[in-house]
Design a protein around this ligand. Structure first.
Ligand code: NAP
Length: 354
C-alpha cells in the first residue's frame, strides 16, 4: 500500500487543474486519488472530460479516473482547488467545513483576514492564521491560498529588496500570457497580433496581495506592508510566462551589485527544508542585456524560479528591472503544491491521510 497522502483536485479539467496533475504525477508525498469539475464533466473519465493542453501525456491512472461532483462526500482530506473565484467562494468553504485542508489558487478567500496568503519563501509564518479559522476549530479543516499569478513573480523579486533595503514605492507593468486566462480563455481573434490593456480585477489583486504578502504577522492579523504600489496589467500573445517591467524606490541606498547579490543569494525555509518542489534558487538574476524572455527562460528551476534581468537606474523612481515568472507553475499549481509541502513539514497535514 502506498505511504503517500491521498489528494483531490477541484477544477481538475482546467488549465491549472492539468498542471496539478502533471506536477503531482511523481510527487514523493502526495498521490492524486480524486478529481472533480463541473457537472459538464461529472461522471466522465478524465481523458474524456479534459481537453488536455500540456506537452506530457495524461498519467495513465488519472486518464481512467471518473470525474466526481464537486462535493466533499467521498473526497480525500487534502484538496488542491483550481476553481473560478465565484464558484470557489461557495465550494471551498464547504470542503473546509467538512474537515478538508483546502490549498487554493483562487482569489475568492485570499484577502479574508483569517486566511493565509502564502509564498513559502516569503511569508511562511503567516500559515499560523489557520489556527484561528472557525473551520479549523470545528472540523479540523482549513483554507490556505497562494497569490495571483502576477503578484507571485513580483513579490519574489521584491522580497529580497524589502528584507535588505526596505521598499518605499513600486510600479509594475505586466505582459501576461494567454494561459493565465484559463481554457479556452481569450479568443484567438482578440489576442493574435494584439495587446489587451485590461484584465478584470488583476491590478487590484496585484496591489492588495503584494502588500498582504510582504506584510507583518501581528498575533492573528497581517499588517499590510506600507509602501506605495501601482500595477498596470496587459494580456499579450504569449503562451506561458508573465513578464513584468518594475520600477522601485528603496528606503536605503543600494549599489547595483548589492541588489543583484540580494536576489541571487535569496533562499528561505523551503530551500533549507529541501521541500520537494522548492527550486534551489527562488530568484535568479540574468546578466544578458535582453533576458529574461518567456520563450527561453520560463521553465527555469522547473518553472518555480523567478527570473530577473535588466537592472538599471530609473529616472522617476530609483531602479528598474524585468521579472519573468511561469504563471501556471510558480503562479498557480506549483505555488499550491509548495504550500502543501510547507503545511506537511509544519505538521498541518498529518491527520489528513485517507
Ligand atoms: N491560469 C492561470 O495561470 C492561473 C494562475 C493563478 C490562478 N489561477 C486561478 O485558478 C483558478 C482556475 O483557473 P484556470 O485557469 O484553471 O481556469 P479554467 O481553465 O477555466 O478551469 C476551470 C475549472 O473549474 C471547473 N468548474 C467550472 N465551473 C464549475 C462548477 N460550477 N463546479 C465545479 N467545477 C467547476 C471547470 O470544469 P469543467 O471542465 O467541467 O468546466 C475547470 O476544471 C481561477 O480561480 C484562476 O483565477 C489561474
Amino acid at each position: 500500500m502506498s505511504s503517500k497522502l491521498s489528494v483531490g483536485i477541484l477544477g481538475a479539467t482546467g488549465v491549472v487543474g492539468q498542471r496539478f496533475i502533471q506536477m503531482l504525477e511523481r510527487h514523493p508525498w502526495f498521490e492524486v486519488a480524486w478529481l472533480a469539475a463541473s457537472d459538464r464533466s461529472e461522471g466522465k473519465t478524465y481523458s474524456d472530460a479534459a481537453r488536455w493542453r500540456l506537452k506530457t501525456p495524461i498519467p495513465a491512472n488519472v486518464a481512467e479516473m471518473t470525474v466526481s461532483p464537486a462535493t466533499p462526500e467521498g473526497a480525500p482530506k487534502i484538496i488542491f482547488a483550481a476553481l473560478d473565484a465565484a464558484i470557489a467562494a461557495e465550494v471551498e468553504p464547504r470542503f473546509a467545513e467538512a474537515g478538508c485542508a483546502v490549498v487554493s489558487n483562487s482569489s475568492a478567500l485570499r484577502m479574508q483576514s483569517d486566511v493565509p496568503l502564502v509564498i513559502p519563501e516569503v511569508n511562511a509564518g503567516h500559515i499560523t492564521l489557520i489556527d484561528g479559522q472557525a473551520w479549523r476549530k470545528k472540523s479540523g479543516g482549513f483554507v490556505v491560498t497562494n497569490p495571483n499569478c502576477s503578484a507571485i513573480g513580483l513579490v519574489l523579486a521584491l522580497a529580497p529588496l524589502q528584507e535588505q533595503f526596505g521598499l518605499e514605492a513600486v510600479m509594475a507593468v505586466t505582459m501576461q500570457a494567454v494561459s493565465g486566462a484559463g481554457y479556452p480563455g481569450v479568443a484567438s481573434l482578440d489576442i493574435l497580433g494584439n495587446v489587451i490593456p485590461y484584465i478584470r480585477n488583476e491590478e487590484e489583486k496585484m496591489e492588495e496581495e503584494t502588500l498582504k504578502l510582504l506584510g507583518k504577522l501581528n498575533g492573528t492579523k497581517v499588517i499590510p506592508a506600507a509602501f506605495a504600489m501601482s500595477a498596470q496589467c496587459n494580456r499579450v500573445a504569449v503562451e506561458d510566462g508573465h513578464t513584468e517591467s518594475i520600477s522601485v524606490r528603496l528606503k536605503t541606498k543600494a549599489k547595483r551589485e548589492e541588489i543583484i547579490t540580494a536576489w541571487n543569494d535569496y533562499h528561505s525555509e523551503p530551500q533549507d527544508l529541501k521541500l520537494p518542489s522548492a527550486p534551489e534558487h527562488p530568484v535568479v538574476y540574468m546578466e544578458a542585456t535582453d533576458r529574461p524572455q518567456p520563450r527561453f527562460d520560463v521553465d527555469m528551476g522547473g518553472g518555480m524560479t523567478t527570473a530577473v534581468g535588466r537592472l538599471r537606474p530609473c529616472g522617476v523612481l530609483e531602479w528598474k528591472f524585468t521579472v519573468l515568472s511561469h504563471n501556471t507553475i510558480r503562479g498557480a499549481a506549483g505555488a499550491a503544491v509548495l504550500n502543501a509541502e510547507l503545511l506537511k513539514a509544519r505538521g498541518y497535514l498529518t491527520a489528513s491521510k485517507k
